[in-house]
Ligand binder design. Sequence first.
Ligand SMILES: Cc1cc2nc3c(=O)[nH]c(=O)nc-3n(C[C@H](O)[C@H](O)[C@H](O)COP(=O)(O)OP(=O)(O)OC[C@H]3O[C@@H](n4cnc5c(N)ncnc54)[C@H](O)[C@@H]3O)c2cc1C
Length: 432
Amino acid sequence: MNKSKAQAESHFDILIVGGGMVGATLACLIAENTALKIAVVEAAPLLTETQTVRPFSPSYDSRSTALARGTIQIFEQLGLWDQISQRAEPIHKIHVSELGQFGFTRIDREQEGVSELGCVVENAWLGQVLCRRLLKYPSIQLFSPASLQSLQWNGDQAHWNAELGIAAAQPKSVDGQSIQSIKSKKSISATLLVAADGVNSTCCRLLNIEHQVESYQQAAIVANITPLRGHEQIAYERFTPDGPMALLPLTGNRMALVLTVKETELDQILQLSDEAFLKLVDDRIGGRLKGFSQVGQRAHYPLRLVRVCEQVRPQCVVVGNAAHSLHPIAGQGFNLSARDVAMLAYKIQQASDKNESIASVSLLNDYVESRQLDQHATIQFSDKLMKVFGSTLPGLPLARNLAMLGMDLWPQGKQLLTRQAMGLSAGLPFRE
Ligand SMILES: Cc1cc2nc3c(=O)[nH]c(=O)nc-3n(C[C@H](O)[C@H](O)[C@H](O)COP(=O)(O)OP(=O)(O)OC[C@H]3O[C@@H](n4cnc5c(N)ncnc54)[C@H](O)[C@@H]3O)c2cc1C
């Protein structure tokens, strides 16, 4: 192959670093609506040796995501919802309460006039559906397992040069971390760089893009558990002095537990026997589900509010957890990012249709401006919810209870809250 042909083959319009839920959703949205050439680089082994997607089996050890209505609409637009919904459990009601207090609020699909308030799906299944779709687009080249090693700006050609370390695909180890060794290196170039590589973004580190970090001094313990009573498609949000807890309905009468604990108590709670752990969850939910019979593997995540200081730079944009990572209690992180990338893909499509630059400063600034309001509102919603319910200041528990009771009796206020939680407060680009 001659040199210029090889260069053309390794040049992409867009390089997306990180094929997690956000990077993969963005790649699908762009590939669905344009002919732009896209490289997706993902460090985890998404594929088997024979380049097929790793098989999925429902388990008790995986993380789940509550998808808001707005996100479901994005997947419907991509024609992926039929597949995702095969293993998604609808949320019919949300029950918000505080341990030891009288107030609570209920959000009901019937009152909201929708078939469901959202759906809960295991990340492993969502990842599989997205990965299978990525492989179907001829305009997408998926490098997995491969990781970004270095980045260089080529001013003459106005593009990024990236070096990738291509790893040997290995199955995941017991603790969920993949074991990899670099087999070879590959150089590629791209006009637009998208950093979708998560909260410890390599792209941001290589480009000296900083983050503001605020620790909640809490950790989330995640596990799948089975209640003795049927979950009846109810999602529970429970606030306790030790931190909030969410129980989300999953398929097969399992529930996805997100238990927030103080950092100082994490080790002790992780070491509890299954029986003692389920008793703790039962106590925190006030016996509402009549106890629990089974718990899967417990995983844990540090809880921080992380915000990137610059979302865009010339020919570069930061999305997903690399841009903002929120407290998971309100289930907003992925939903917010899905709306971000829907807007970014729309702006890129508009430019591509008009044969304009897909990486211009004006396009990227336009994108950030159009997302500012929703990002601000969603980050504040998650953060304040956490801080108001986390506070033990005298008088606050009573005020919270009255507020919850009031919310239950004040339909307009509750509707505002529900629209925010359902991801419908901000318009989606394709619905304009
Ligand atoms: C306990 C918990 C519960 C949550 N529940 C919800 C919920 O119910 N609803 C909701 O909306 N959100 C929820 N979230 C938030 C949601 O999980 C995140 O917003 C979402 O996972 C972010 O996806 P991402 O693709 O940006 O990042 P990640 O999922 O971190 O993906 C980044 C990807 O980049 C890859 N990568 C990293 N470095 C490199 C490199 N150098 N080269 C190549 N690839 C690289 C990684 O392998 C990874 O696959 C929850 C979060 C937590 C912690």
